[in-house]
Write a protein that binds this ligand. Sequence first.
Ligand code: SF4
Length: 359
Amino acid sequence: MKISFPYMGTSHIAISYLLSGLGHEVIYPPAPTKKTLSLGVQYAPEFACLPFKILLGTYLEAVEAGADSLVTSGGFGPCRAGYYGELHKRILHDLGYPVEMLVLEPPLRAPVDFYRRVSRLVRPQTSWSNFYRIFRIGWEKLRTLDNLEARLHELRPLTLSQKYLTAAYEQGLEGVRAAQTVDTVKVAGAEAIVEMGNVPLDMTRKPLRIGIIGEIYVVLEPFANHDIEKILGEMGCYIHRSIFLTNWTRDNTLIDGEKDVRASAVPYLNQLVGGHGQNSIGETVRYAENGYDGVIQLAPFTCIPEIVAKSIMPTISRDKGIPVLTLFLDEQTGRAGIETRLEAFLDLLRQKRMQQEAS
Ligand code: SF4
């Protein structure tokens, strides 16, 4: 198979390793750009959410580059995510690209179907034992990439040189990409953490602490959120992101995954509303209880789960005393507008902190 997949954050490093390790020719999905988005906007239904449009643009670029198969994750519950794969496939077929779409649903929800689809990836080229070996290395890469990113979020508001910190981080990504065994991935990650820690820090700063919540694609993909984590880090804020790909994969592989965060949501929203809607509520409650200064909700325009969550945010905000800023994102959203709203939100958080310190 000439195979490609959605581009989301740094996960492409691990996913491309996994697929090429299974013997497939990987058509590397390009990082999304304005061109990707306008391709998606051109061929997607107008009401489709932003992730759908960016993914469609990515797929079009990948099939143009020669991909004949696309592998992606599915979805369940009352939300459009479960239809993404089928809709993308039909649009691509209508446009004259007869691609095979392999949609991987959570394994415990439909084990036989999951086995059948994974077999399509494994069996034609290799053995299950090789799959296990490659999967372990790919998983370690994913875990290490998440750890490096979390460390980057911790160091950004304290560093005296954004440039060197970014360079050390990117060098770490290269180390993880090049590593070929679980041990060498671990070594590359450990070396990158040391290198990032060598950049001088100002430990007297007391950064605002902000939790980032929302729909998974716009939280994880910097192009979709205008690189909000970098903007906030460089504005001197410590960012804690509620979703990383490893915790999302683990939680969605288990039937009972995310039960703690959902339990936190229950007093405000006691049922699944699709996507990350209920999680957004639970995570906001947890950030408030853990003393965070504020929460930023990232929501694709027309995303029903996040709209439901947003409608409940004022109540949580009042009960728990935590300011919440919701940013709706679509193809019309501009970086300048986001920066202006962030500056105003940070002013509010600083004033609130000063009042707390004075009282
Ligand atoms: S969670 Fe929101 S953005 Fe994602 S598919 Fe569902 S409606 Fe669309």
